[in-house]
Ligand binder design. Structure first.
Ligand code: FMN
Length: 200
C-alpha cells in the first residue's frame, strides 16, 4: 500500500471477524515493531505475540473487556486473532546511558530520576505506531488498549515484573464497529497544533 493511504486508513478498530491472520503477516508486523528506532539503540522494546484463543480471552479479561461490552462495544479484545503486547525494559536504557559514549567518558550511572524525557516510553510508542501502520499495510486493522486498564497482565503472560507493559495492539480483519466517544471531540484546529518556524 502507498504510505499516505496507510496513514489515512489507520484508525483504532474495535471489532474483528474470526478470519485468521496469516503467520507471515504477523511476522512482517513484528518486524516493523522491532525495526522502530530506540534511543541510543538501547533496543529496550519487548513484545509478546498472543494468538492462542484461551490466552487472548485471559488478556481480554485482564484488560477489562467486560466494561467495554457493558458500554456497548463489541468484545474486540478477545475477538482479535492476534495480540501484540508492547512492553519496554527501562533497565536497557539505564544501562546503555551509563556507557562511556553517553556519559562523556565519566564513570556515572544513569538514574531514572535524572531523565527529563524517559525515552523508553517514547520508543514503546514508536513501536506501537509501527505495528498499527504495518497492520493496515497488510490489509488488516488494529486497535490499541492502553495499560491503565490492566489488572494482572504480567501474571497472565508471565512477563517479568521489571518489564513494563505499555499496552496491547489488537490485530485482525475488521468488522463494522462502534467508534470511540473520544472522537466526538473533533480535531483541534491545525494552527493550534502545528506552528511554523516559531510558536507565536
Ligand atoms: C497511548 C494511547 C492509549 C489508548 N488507549 C486506549 C484504550 O485503552 N482503549 C481504547 O479503546 N482506545 C485507546 N486508544 C485509542 C484512542 O482513543 C484513539 O486513538 C483516538 O480516539 C483517535 O482515534 P483513531 O486512532 O481511530 O483516529 C489509545 C490511544 C493511544 C495513542
Amino acid at each position: 500500500m502507498d504510505f499516505s493511504d496507510v496513514v489515512s486508513a489507520r484508525r483504532m478498530v474495535r471489532n474483528y471477524s474470526d478470519e485468521p491472520v496469516s503467520g507471515d503477516a504477523v511476522e512482517r508486523i513484528v518486524d516493523a515493531a522491532v525495526r522502530a528506532p530506540s534511543a541510543g539503540f538501547s533496543q529496550g522494546q519487548r513484545f509478546v505475540v498472543v494468538t492462542d484463543p484461551e490466552r487472548r480471552r485471559a488478556v481480554a479479561k485482564a484488560g477489562g473487556e467486560e466494561h467495554y461490552v457493558a458500554d456497548g462495544f463489541d468484545p474486540w479484545i478477545s475477538a482479535a486473532p492476534v495480540h501484540i503486547v508492547v512492553c519496554v525494559d527501562k533497565h536497557a536504557y539505564l544501562r546503555r546511558y551509563s556507557e562511556p559514549d553517553k556519559t562523556g567518558g565519566e564513570d556515572r550511572q544513569s538514574l531514572e530520576e535524572d531523565w527529563v524525557v524517559p525515552f523508553w516510553w517514547v520508543d514503546a510508542g514508536a513501536s506501537m505506531m509501527a505495528i498499527l501502520y504495518a497492520a493496515v499495510n497488510e490489509g488488516l486493522a488494529a486497535g490499541f488498549l492502553g495499560l491503565q486498564a490492566f489488572d494482572d497482565l504480567h501474571a497472565v503472560l508471565d512477563i517479568p515484573t521489571e518489564v513494563s507493559i505499555v499496552g496491547v495492539c489488537t490485530i485482525g480483519h475488521p468488522k463494522p464497529d462502534r467508534r470511540s466517544g473520544s472522537l466526538k471531540r473533533g480535531w483541534n484546529d491545525r494552527p493550534e497544533v502545528v506552528k511554523w518556524e516559531r510558536w507565536t
